[in-house]
Design a protein around this ligand. Structure first.
Ligand code: GTR
Length: 322
């Protein structure tokens, strides 16, 4: 009898732990632990865990542990990993709607970008990821990207002519650099530091937190604030994995992602100020540029890439947001 009851108890305990066993979803990020995007996804994971009573949890593989962005995009599309936080630039070739927020000077300010991405245009861009096998959970802040280099401060378009930069992997960024009369080499993020160090490239372009945490300021001390893009990050989920969730769990995931946006934006603002102060203390020289010259030079990028009606409409919708 005692033996029987022990057996029953054991079986039911095993059963209970099997049904309550958590499903751990893998998420990738190129940035180190503590970076605002990593922390945003971790916060999302905590909320999901709490709101599903522990049925789901998220593990963030930061610091490019799973590979460079382009590779991890393949992993999340094929379902090798369930989640991924990346820039939208590497999607410019596959999800054409992502070209619009990647256009130089399309956003008047970060506030304008927030209004656009939180509204109908953002929803249209989100929906455009589905045919690529992805559900967009959130857009996160990435501030403004600017050029930095190892040679000199860039103040005017003339100063940048002929220089050689690494750009993020997107034709839009190659063409915007060309429009300024400079040369662009797209390459994975993880190769930028050594390429700057060895002189394969003279500069790169990014926001303050990336410039600081990837230590690029050590090998490229002139940061010139042309602020060519205010392109947000995207946090995506493999569509098949999302579709497998119950409708209630899908709501929990969406709401947790939405809640994590507010958190990430706060962290972003603080980190940007911190990174800027840190690089300045370490000797980086930050300067303003004659921005209008940069804005005027970008017309060919719009002419080349905004040719179909869907994108033309999206551009005017963005511009109409006040
Ligand atoms: C950062 C972005 C990364 C990565 C990187 C790059 O700002 O957060 O996801 O895309 O830029 O330039 O490759």
């Amino acid at each position: 009898m005692t033996k029987l009851w022990t057996g029953v108890a054991l079986v039911s305990m095993l059963f209970a732990s099997a049904v309550s066993a958590e499903t751990v979803l893998k998420s990738s990020d190129t940035h180190p632990d503590g970076y605002p995007t990593v922390e945003g996804v971790k916060y999302f994971g905590e909320l999901v865990k709490e709101r599903t009573q522990g049925r789901y949890a998220v593990e963030v593989y930061h610091s490019a542990q799973l590979g460079e962005e382009k590779d991890t995009i393949e992993q999340v599309r094929s379902g090798v990993i369930e989640l991924n936080r990346v820039s939208m630039a590497p999607f410019n070739g596959t999800v054409k709607e992502t070209i619009v927020p990647a256009l130089p000077y399309i956003f008047r300010s970060e506030d304008h970008m927030h209004k656009v991405m939180d509204g109908a245009v953002g929803d249209q861009i989100k929906a455009a990821f589905e045919p690529a096998g992805l559900v967009v959970l959130a857009f996160y802040d990435a501030g403004a990207r600017s050029f930095y280099n190892s040679k000199k401060p860039i103040k005017t378009v003339d100063d940048i002519k002929g220089m050689k930069f690494r750009v993020i992997q997107s034709d839009i960024f190659v063409d915007m650099t060309a429009a300024l009369g400079a040369n662009a080499t797209p390459m994975p993020y993880g190769e930028v530091y050594s390429s700057l160090e060895t002189g394969v490239i003279e500069g790169a372009e990014n926001n303050f937190p990336s410039y600081e945490t990837a230590k690029h300021f050590e090998v490229a001390k002139y940061y010139s604030m042309d602020e060519h893009t205010i392109l947000p990050e995207v946090f995506v989920m493999n569509k098949a994995a999302f579709d497998k969730l119950t409708p209630e769990d899908q709501e929990i995931f969406k709401q947790a992602a939405k809640d994590s946006v507010a958190k990430q934006r706060e962290l972003w603002a603080a980190k940007t100020a911190e990174s800027r102060a840190l690089v300045e203390k370490a000797g980086a020289q930050i300067n303003e540029v004659e921005k209008q010259g940069f804005i005027d030079a970008m017309k060919p990028v719009y002419d080349k890439h905004i040719t179909d009606e869907v994108l033309k409409k999206l551009v005017s919708d963005v511009q109409a947001v006040q």
